[in-house]
Design a protein around this ligand. Structure first.
Ligand SMILES: Nc1ncnc2c1ncn2[C@@H]1O[C@H](COP(=O)(O)OP(=O)(O)OP(=O)(O)O)[C@@H](O)[C@H]1O
Ligand SMILES: [Zn+2]
Ligand SMILES: [Zn+2]
Length: 843
C-alpha cells in the first residue's frame, strides 16, 4: 500500500511536518510528488501538497484517512521544487507550507468551501418538495423553495445559498440536522481557468460542403456561417464572439445550425494574455562587440555543457548586458532547456518586456504583480504546460515551474527588492543559485554595481554559499562615454543665499534643456519613513557613537535614537559641529519639487512618477510612453526613474538630494546611495547626444558620492569593505534579525530579555559565543534587545535582537529553536517571534 506524505495548509507551527494519508484506488494514477490535494484534517477539509510517496503496511495504510481530491490535472510543483521548499524552510527558518505556497500563483491558494446538496431521502425520491415531506406546513414554504433550488442546481455553495435566501441560515441549519440537506467540503481556487464558447464543425469537411446546396433561401444567414466555417477550417474551433462579430449574425443563427447537427458549440480554455493585441518589434541577435563576445563565449560554454556555474557580470550602464542575456537564453533554448529572467519589480517596464518578447515572441511568459490574478495564473500555466520557454518576472519568477531549467538570469542583482519582506523571507538570489545547483543550470548575476556580498564572494572566500566567476564589461556597447557628473555642494548654495531646492548649476542646466528641447530625468532620492537630523550649514548628521549609523528622530519624545543598539539622546537645537541653527529634520516630497519646478519654469511639462501616480494598473507604462513620445520635458520621480530606462533624448539627469538615502539608519546606506547614483547617472546620454549629470549634496565629500561621480566602482568597494570589516557587518559576517511582538509591553520586554539570555547561554555552551573581533572562524554575537524602528504595529509592541555570526555554525537553527521554545512557554499563544535571515532592512 502506498502512503502519501502531505504538508497541509494549517496556520499552526506544530503542523509543519508531513502527515500520512492513504491513496484511494481511483486517485492512484493522479497522485505524484508535487500534487496539490484536498485532505481531511480534524473536522475540516484543507489543501495540502504531496511531498513524498512511501510504501507502508496494508494495516497501517488502512487506518489512515484517505486523500479526498486531487486538485489539478498536472501537479503544480515538481519534485525539484518540493525539495527546494525543504531547503528554504531551513535556510530562512520558515514553515514548509509557506515556502511551497510562495511558489504558486495566488489563484491556487485554495480555501475550503462548504457545499450543500440534497439529503439521501430527498435525492432518492425525485418528487416535488411538496410531496416529499408531507409534514411541511403552509408556512414551511421556505424549506420547499430551498429544496427545489438545490435540486435544480445539483450542488450549491453555502455562500450561494445564503445569498439567494438571505436570513435563511437557521432554516438551512435545521434542514441539515434533519437530513433534508447534506454538507461536504471541497477546495475552491481563488480563480478558475477562463473559458470561451467556441464553434467547430460537427461533420466532415466534404459533408459540410455538400450540405451547403441544401439550404433554403430563407436560411441564407445560416448558409453564410457554414461556408465561412468551411473556409476557415484551419482556425477551428473559433471563439463564438469573433464569429458573431465578423459575420454580423446573431447567436440564434449559430444555435440553429447546431440544432441541425452541422456544428457544435463547446467551451474551450483560453489564456488571459496581458499583452494580447500588442505588437512587439521583432529583433534579431546583434553582432557582439569584442568585450561582449568574450563574456558571451565564457558563459555559453557552461550553458552548452549543461553545467552548474554562477557568473557575476559586472558591466557599466549601457555596456549591453541585455544583449548578452538574450543570446545566452538562445543557447539554453537550443539545448532544449528553458530560462528565467529576474528583474526588479519597478524595472519590469514595458520597454524591458519588449526586448524579450521581441526576440522570443509568444514563448515568453511575463510574471509581475501589476497583472491581474487571472492573468498571472495563466502566464504561470503557460510555463507549467510547456508552452513557454522563457519567463521574465519579478522575484517569485525564480519558482517558474519549468521542467528543464538551463539558465537563470538576475538583472540588477544588487537590488534589495529581491528579498521578500513577508514570510517566507527569502532572497531570490540565493534561491536561484540553489535551484540552479539542483538542476545543473547556469546563473548570471548582472549589475553595473554588484552587491558587496556577491562581489566579495567572487573575490574571496566568504560566508555566502556560492563563489561566482567574475566577468567584466567596462565600456558602453555603443562606444559613447559615461556622462560627466558634477557634484554641487548645497551648503555653499545656502551660504550664498540660495534657499531653493535647486542649485544654480541644476537650474541653468535645466533651462538649457528646455531651450534645446532635450529631456531631463530628476530623481528625488527618498526611501523609508524615517527622518534624520541634518545641519544645512555644515552637513553634520547626528549618528550613533557605537554603531556609526544615523539616529532617527522620534517626534513624540523629541529625542534621537539608534535602531540597532538602542542608544538615545535629546535632539539638538543648535548644530554641535558649527553652532548653526539651520539644523532640522529632513524629508521632501515629489509634489513639492513639482510645484517648485512650475514656479521656476512657467509652462514646464512635468511627469511625476511616484507611488501616488502609479497605483492604477498600466499607469506606469502610460507615463513612460508619454515621456518617450516627448509629451513632457521632465520625468520627476523616486527610485522608479533610475532603473533600466533607455530614452535617446535624455541628456540631463539631476539628483535633488543625494544624501537622503545616505542618512537612513542602515549599514547599507552608503552602498545603496552609490548604486542609485550610478544607476540614475546611467540614464543620461545613452545614444547620440552626450549626457550630463548634476548631483546635489550636503556631504559631497562622502566616499559614495565621490566615487559614484567618478564612475569608480572599485574605489568605492575598497572603502566600503574597510568600514564593513571594522564594524562587523556583511559580507564579513551574517545577520539574523529576530523580532518579538506582543500586545502587552511588560510581558514583551521580559520575553525579549529571555530570548537574548537563552540565546547567549546556549551559544556559550556550544562555544560559539565569541567576539567577532577574535580571529576564530566560528563566532556569534548579539545586539539588543531594543525597540524596533516600528515600535508598535497593529496594536502589538515590537522588540528586536540582531544576531551577528560567521563560520560553519548553525546559527539559524539555534535562533529558531530558542524562538520556538519561548513561544511554547507563553500560555496565551500570543507571543510572535519572526526571524529574518540575512535581512535587507533592519526593522
Ligand atoms: N552588440 C551591440 N551592437 C549594437 N548595439 C548594442 C549592442 N549591444 C547593446 N547595444 C545597445 O546598447 C544600448 C545599451 O545596451 P543595454 O541596455 O543592453 O545595456 P545594459 O548593460 O543592460 O544597461 P543598463 O545597466 O544601463 O540597463 C542599447 O541601446 C542596446 O541596444
Ligand atoms: Zn552644522
Ligand atoms: Zn547604536
Amino acid at each position: 500500500m502506498e502512503i502519501a506524505k502531505v504538508i497541509v495548509d494549517v496556520p499552526v507551527r506544530s503542523t509543519d511536518r508531513p502527515f500520512d494519508y492513504s491513496i484511494p484506488d481511483a486517485l492512484r494514477l493522479w497522485i505524484e510528488v508535487g500534487s496539490r490535494v484536498a485532505v481531511p484534517f480534524g473536522h475540516r477539509t484543507v489543501q495540502g501538497f504531496v511531498v513524498s510517496l512511501e510504501s507502508g503496511e496494508t494495516e497501517t495504510a488502512s487506518g489512515l484517512k484517505p486523500i479526498q481530491e486531487v486538485l489539478d490535472l498536472l501537479p503544480p510543483l515538481s519534485p525539484e521544487l518540493v525539495e527546494l521548499g525543504d531547503w528554504m524552510s531551513q535556510r530562512y527558518a520558515c514553515r514548509r507550507i509557506s515556502a511551497l505556497q510562495a511558489m504558486l500563483p495566488t489563484a491556487l491558494k485554495g480555501k475550503a468551501e462548504r457545499l450543500i446538496s440534497l439529503g439521501e431521502e430527498a435525492e432518492a425520491a425525485d418528487k416535488p418538495a411538496d410531496e416529499l415531506f408531507p409534514l411541511f406546513l403552509e408556512e414551511d414554504l421556505e424549506e420547499r423553495t430551498i429544496i427545489d433550488f438545490v435540486r435544480k442546481a445539483g450542488e450549491v455553495t453555502m455562500k450561494q445559498l445564503t445569498r439567494s435566501f438571505p436570513g435563511a441560515a437557521e432554516t438551512v441549519k435545521f434542514m441539515l440536522r434533519r437530513g433534508m440537506l447534506t454538507e461536504s467540503q471541497s477546495i475552491k481556487d481563488k480563480m478558475g481557468k477562463k473559458k470561451l464558447k467556441a464553434v467547430d464543425l460537427a461533420i466532415g469537411l466534404a459533408a459540410a460542403r455538400e450540405s451547403l446546396s441544401t439550404f433554403p433561401a430563407r436560411s441564407a444567414r445560416q448558409k453564410d456561417v457554414l461556408s465561412f466555417l468551411i473556409e476557415m477550417e484551419q482556425m477551428l474551433p473559433m471563439p463564438m464572439k469573433d464569429l458573431l462579430a465578423i459575420l454580423q449574425v446573431t447567436a440564434g443563427t449559430v444555435k440553429a445550425l447546431e440544432e441541425k447537427g452541422y456544428i457544435e458549440i463547446s467551451e474551450i480554455e483560453v489564456y488571459r494574455d496581458p499583452y494580447r493585441g500588442r505588437d512587439f518589434k521583432p529583433s534579431s541577435p546583434l553582432p557582439l562587440t569584442p568585450e561582449q563576445q568574450k563574456v558571451f563565449t565564457r558563459i555559453a560554454r557552461t550553458v552548452d555543457e549543461q553545467q552548474h556555474e554562477v557568473f557575476l557580470l559586472h558591466g557599466v550602464t549601457g555596456s549591453g548586458k541585455t544583449e548578452i542575456y538574450l543570446q545566452c537564453i538562445q543557447r539554453a533554448v537550443d539545448q532544449g532547456r528553458q530560462a528565467v529572467v529576474l528583474v526588479p519589480e519597478i524595472a519590469l517596464t514595458p520597454q524591458m518586456v519588449e526586448r524579450f518578447k521581441g526576440r522570443f515572441g509568444s514563448g515568453v511568459a511575463v510574471m509581475h504583480s501589476r497583472l491581474s490574478v487571472g492573468e498571472r495564473y495563466d502566464e504561470w500555466r503557460k510555463i507549467r504546460e510547456g508552452k513557454a520557454m522563457v519567463a521574465v518576472g519579478a522575484r517569485s519568477a525564480v519558482f517558474a515551474p519549468f521542467a528543464n531549467l538551463g539558465l537563470i538570469i538576475m538583472d540588477e542583482e544588487h537590488e534589495s527588492s529581491y528579498k521578500q519582506e513577508e514570510n517566507p523571507k527569502y532572497h531570490a538570489r540565493d534561491v536561484a543559485v540553489r535551484r540552479a545547483e539542483q538542476g545543473g543550470a547556469a546563473v548570471i548575476l548582472g549589475s553595473a554595481t554588484p552587491s558587496l556580498e556577491s562581489y566579495h564572494a567572487a573575490r574571496s572566500r566568504s560566508d555566502i554559499h556560492f563563489s561566482p566567476v567574475l566577468l567584466e564589461m567596462p565600456t558602453r556597447a555603443l562606444g559613447n562615454a559615461l556622462p560627466k557628473v558634477h557634484v554641487v555642494d548645497m551648503r555653499d548654495e545656502l551660504k550664498e543665499g540660495n534657499r531653493s531646492m535647486f542649485s544654480r548649476r541644476l537650474h541653468a542646466a535645466l533651462e538649457r534643456r528646455l531651450e534645446k528641447g532635450e529631456q531631463t530625468v530628476l530623481l528625488l532620492n527618498r526611501r523609508g519613513f524615517s527622518t534624520f537630523v541634518m545641519c544645512r550649514s555644515c552637513g553634520y548628521v547626528a549618528t550613533c557613537p557605537d554603531c556609526d549609523i544615523s539616529l532617527t528622530y522620534h517626534s513624540r519624545s523629541d529625542n534621537l535614537r539608534c535602531h540597532y543598539c538602542g542608544h538615545a539622546e535629546s535632539s539638538p537645537k543648535l548644530c554641535p559641529e558649527c553652532g548653526s541653527e539651520h539644523i532640522r529634520f529632513f524629508g521632501t516630497g515629489t509634489q513639492r519639487v513639482e510645484e517648485e519646478l512650475g514656479k521656476l519654469f512657467p509652462g514646464i511639462r512635468v511627469i511625476r512618477m511616484d507611488v501616488d501616480t502609479t497605483t492604477e494598473k498600466g499607469s506606469h507604462e502610460k507615463l513612460l510612453n508619454q515621456f518617450r513620445d516627448k509629451k513632457a520635458d521632465v520625468l520627476l520621480g523616486t527610485q522608479m526613474v533610475a532603473k533600466g530606462l533607455d530614452f535617446p533624448d535624455v541628456t540631463l539627469v539631476g539628483v535633488i538630494t543625494a544624501d537622503s538615502a545616505l542618512n537612513l539608519p542602515d549599514f547599507r546606506a552608503g552602498e545603496k546611495t552609490f548604486q542609485l547614483l550610478t544607476q540614475v547617472a546611467g540614464r543620461a546620454g545613452r545614444h547620440q547626444l552626450p549626457g550630463e549629470v548634476v548631483v546635489q549634496s550636503y556631504t559631497p565629500e562622502h566616499y559614495s558620492i565621490v566615487h559614484a561621480s567618478g564612475h569608480d566602482y572599485y574605489s568605492f568597494v575598497r572603502e566600503e569593505l574597510k568600514h564593513r570589516r571594522a564594524l562587523h557587518y556583511p559580507p564579513y559576517c551574517r545577520l539574523i534579525l529576530v523580532t518579538l511582538s506582543h500586545e502587552q509591553l511588560p510581558l514583551l520586554l521580559k520575553m525579549a530579555e529571555n530570548y537574548a539570555l537563552n540565546l547567549q547561554g546556549r551559544a556559550r555552551q556550544l562555544r560559539w559565543f565569541a567576539s567577532l573581533d577574535k580571529l576564530s572562524a566560528d563566532a556569534l554575537d548579539l545586539l539588543g534587545p531594543v525597540a524596533s524602528p516600528l515600535p508598535k504595529l497593529k496594536g502589538r509592541y515590537r522588540f528586536q535582537c540582531i544576531i551577528k555570526w560567521r563560520g560553519a555554525i548553525d546559527a539559524i537553527g539555534l535562533a529558531r529553536q530558542i524562538a520556538e521554545e519561548l513561544e511554547d512557554s507563553v500560555r496565551d499563544n500570543n507571543l510572535q517571534i519572526s526571524i529574518d535571515v540575512d535581512p535587507q532592512m533592519l526593522m
